[in-house]
Design a protein around this ligand. Structure first.
Ligand code: FES
Ligand code: FES
Length: 188
């Protein structure tokens, strides 16, 4: 019998303890053990980016990481984007507004890749945005709309930074509430 290893981590803000086989992939741990099936598996060898999650804030391919490697870390999956009131996260809203998904299979990976650059997005060039998402593949080839969505999100964040200078000097942008408040005030 394969020896199991005890791990403790935080997943989407919640503490998780488990005993897992050392060879268990992080993607399989999230999907099969925690039922967080928003993380998709495409190629399963690090090429497509569909399985992207954040590990201590950095995007990683969960099909290439072992669950035991996540011991002691903070993992964020696409489910973490869900707002408490059920509304869309600004990244999700931008993708919806710009028709940046077709079949949607690649979308969780794109959303988490963009989540990983969220704080840096206001100062990024279009070339940097394209490079940041270049590790994610979309079989529906919706790249033009995906880039448009990220650029709209960038404009919204820049507008928010102008209106709220506290977000300009390195303090974290309130991506959950403030951006939606900005959007609401826009339509008055
Ligand atoms: S499923 Fe992980 S990179 Fe494709
Ligand atoms: S929307 Fe279908 S694979 Fe990207």
């Amino acid at each position: 019998m394969t020896q199991r290893v005890a791990i403790e981590l935080t997943v989407n803000g919640r503490p998780v303890r488990a005993e897992v086989e050392p060879r268990l992939l992080l993607a399989d741990f999230l999907r099969d053990h925690l039922e967080l099936t928003g993380t998709h598996l495409g190629c399963e060898h690090g090429v497509c980016g569909a399985c992207t999650v954040l590990l201590d804030g950095d995007p990683v391919r969960s099909c290439l990481a072992l669950a035991v490697q996540a011991n002691g870390t903070h993992v964020e999956t696409v489910e973490s984007l869900t707002q408490e009131d059920g509304s869309l996260h600004p990244i999700q809203q931008a993708f919806a507004d710009h028709h940046a998904l077709q079949c949607g299979f690649c979308t969780p990976g794109f959303l988490m890749t963009v989540r990983g650059i969220f704080d840096d997005l206001p100062g990024m060039t279009e070339a940097q945005i394209r490079e940041a998402v270049s590790g994610n593949l979309c079989r529906c080839t919706g790249y033009a709309n995906i880039v448009r969505a990220v650029q709209q999100l960038q404009r919204d964040l820049q507008l928010q930074a102008v209106r709220d200078p506290a977000t300009r000097s390195g303090s974290r942008v309130d991506d959950r509430g403030a951006l939606r408040d900005t959007a609401r005030s826009e339509v008055k």
